[in-house]
Design a protein around this ligand. Structure first.
Ligand code: ATP
Ligand code: MG
Length: 158
């Protein structure tokens, strides 16, 4: 279905903001233009839920999480940045593999199966987008994804 992405994303972030720990800081930088995407709302909600839960799960108390949605000519780009534990450079691509978890002992305490990002990658690729991460151990992580924007009809066009 056709979805205006900025308000969709804002609503998801609102839901996390209502439930978050008081000390946690959320910072948004959303495009002020409307951005239309053809997508399965439930599936992209699942993708964002996992990315945002990870950012919270791997952040210290009182940590800051940044949310961005910007557009280029043909694409929408979303990023979620945390200032959490991060991960070694050589694991940043593996986190999208099924059941992969950085540091098994650490991960066990945190709960989860290690499937969240593998599912996210499948969903984003099914929408003709890309997903990737950047991270620095002890500094934090950013997960980015893109989705194709719908053609904006010009006025007068039917
Ligand atoms: P699930 O999502 O299935 O509940 P999970 O969160 O462990 O479990 P993924 O979401 O697939 O699984 O993430 C895979 C692994 O990548 C995590 O176990 C964690 O080690 C690492 N990871 C993911 N996001 C972050 C992040 N924001 N900061 C640090 N490590 C992360
Ligand atoms: Mg997860």
């Amino acid at each position: 279905e056709r979805v205006e992405f900025v308000s969709f994303f804002d609503n998801i972030v609102d839901r996390f903001e209502m439930n978050k720990d008081e000390k946690m800081n959320f910072i948004r930088s959303m495009s002020n233009k409307s951005m239309y995407v053809w997508m399965d709302k439930d599936k992209i909600t699942q993708v964002l839920d996992n990315i945002i839960s990870n950012a919270i799960k791997y952040s210290p108390e009182g940590g800051t999480i940044r949310f961005a949605a910007q557009s280029t000519k043909k694409q929408l780009r979303v990023s979620v940045t945390d200032e959490g534990i991060g991960m070694p450079a050589d694991t940043v691509d593996k986190i999208f593999d099924r059941f992969y978890r950085v540091d098994k002992s650490r991960a066990r305490e945190m709960g989860g199966t290690g499937l969240g990002l593998a599912i996210a990658r499948e969903m984003i690729e099914a929408h003709h987008g890309k997903i990737w991460a950047e991270s620095q151990e002890g500094k934090g992580t950013t997960v980015h994804f893109t989705l194709p924007l719908m053609n904006q009809k010009r006025r007068g066009q039917s």
